[in-house]
Design a protein around this ligand. Structure first.
Ligand SMILES: Nc1ncnc2c1ncn2[C@@H]1O[C@H](COP(=O)(O)OP(=O)(O)OP(=O)(O)O)[C@@H](O)[C@H]1O
Ligand SMILES: O=C(O)[C@H](O)COP(=O)(O)O
Length: 393
């Protein structure tokens, strides 16, 4: 990576504004998945060990510039303290007199968590005044929030204009793994793209078609491709206005010599529910009144063999409605195949990461990205503003 990291600068006694992505799912004030907090620990521990005064900042949810009580970071500070095994101070603002006083009272190695930066309207607008106010709290800026690196906000981009700005260790790792995969992949290189809509995956499919040997399609978006092939899809998800685009992707695959894999058979249902009647049918036989909610057994076998023959696999988006157990088998088969194969497996965040967690296979994957939207944009080949803003080596 050509950006400076925490390893490249002197941290002893320095006040460090460290942007992390503590945007964790919460239910009734409890954190339901602490992966992102754990993922930030190496950087925080590194800063502590080096004797920095650590000022952490994050967003949580989308409070849209207002204080929303349920979106305070207080429970996160408590859990972080337990995980670090040391006291984490918390203030109820992210800049201003109270935040300044708290930052100035830190001893070397102390950790402070500021309040949700999205309680301020200037955050998402990348307001230069707010960026300056954040910067005035510290001597150095560290961005470890890979999950928010696709956002040009005051705490992810604007602040970097005012004080020395470097990457944290999680940011470095994410960029290294995803960057290497895309620029110098081990082959055969396979991408598995699923999820709900073609619309959300246009950029990523287009970019990956330039790089992969195999492209596997699943999930709700597959049916627009199935329709483009001339089959009826019944009540399955279909984006009429993307049929031509789906066809053009299949043409591009042919042109580039990319093997393009589509469902051969599917699980269809007469209802979107756990109690639905289901059947396995070939792809050219989806009944008019039914919807396809998962890939079928033949498709699972084919996808498994492609994965087993690959050296590198990137996966983004589930193969079916994995939240309902009757339609989870396709997604589980892909997760299982990745877990047992020798391929280097990169899970592109979001729902695929949630699926791997749900199947208890997270520790069998080579890398699970902490970024949903960020990893998608990275795989689209886009520059991430939170990374661009950091100082070059
Ligand atoms: N055949 C299908 N029909 C309808 N919905 C489906 C189908 N297959 C998958 N889904 C749904 O698609 C959703 C995931 O789509 P989405 O595009 O949001 O995921 P993703 O690509 O993992 O997103 P993220 O950007 O969070 O990584 C899941 O909730 C899943 O139930
Ligand atoms: O959860 C995420 O993908 C990141 O934390 C970014 O959140 P956002 O989509 O609300 O900007």
């Amino acid at each position: 990576m050509n950006k400076k990291t925490v390893r490249d600068i002197d941290l002893k006694g320095k006040k460090v504004f460290c942007r992390v992505d503590f945007n964790v799912p919460m239910k009734d004030g409890e954190i339901t998945d602490e992966t992102r907090i754990r993922a930030a620990l190496p950087t925080i521990e590194f800063l502590v060990e080096k004797g920095a005064k650590v000022i952490l900042a994050s967003h949580l949810g989308r409070p849209k510039g207002e204080v929303v009580e349920e979106l305070r970071l207080t429970p996160v500070a408590a859990r972080l303290g337990e995980l670090l095994g040391k006291d984490v101070k918390k203030v109820d603002e992210a800049h201003g007199a109270e935040a300044e006083a708290a930052a100035n009272s830190l001893q070397d190695g102390d950790v402070l968590l500021l309040e949700n930066v999205r309680f301020y309207a200037g955050e998402e607008k990348n307001d230069p005044e707010l960026a300056k106010a954040f910067a005035s709290l510290a001597d150095v800026y560290v961005n470890d929030a890979f999950g928010a690196a696709h956002r040009a906000h005051a705490s992810t981009e604007g602040i970097a204009k005012h004080i020395p700005a470097v990457a944290g260790l999680l940011m470095e790792k994410e960029l290294d793994v995803l960057g290497k995969a895309l620029s110098n992949p081990e082959r055969p290189f396979t991408a598995i793209i699923g999820g709900a809509k073609v619309k959300d995956k246009i950029g990523v499919i287009d970019n990956l078609l330039e790089k992969v040997d195999n492209l596997i399609i699943g999930g709700g978006l597959a049916y627009t491709f199935v329709k483009a092939q001339g089959h009826e899809v019944g009540k399955s998800l279909l984006e009429e206005d993307k049929i031509d685009l789906a066809q053009s992707f299949m043409d591009k695959a042919k042109e580039k010599g990319v093997k393009f894999y589509m469902p051969e058979d599917v699980v269809v249902a007469d209802d979107f529910s756990e109690e639905a009647n289901t059947e396995v049918v070939d792809i050219d036989s989806i009944p008019a009144d039914w919807e396809a909610l998962d890939i079928g057994p033949k498709t699972r076998d084919t996808y498994r063999s492609v994965i087993e023959e690959s050296k590198l696999v990137i996966w983004n988006g589930p193969m079916g409605v994995f939240e309902l157990s009757v339609f989870a088998n396709g997604t589980k088969a892909v997760a299982d195949a990745l877990a047992t194969s020798d391929a280097y497996s990169v899970i592109g965040g979001g729902d695929s990461a949630a699926a791997v967690e749900k199947f208890d296979l997270a520790d069998k994957m080579s890398h699970i990205s902490t970024g949903g939207g960020a990893s998608l944009e990275f795989m689209e080949g886009k520059q991430l503003p939170g990374v661009v803003a950091l100082n070059e080596k």
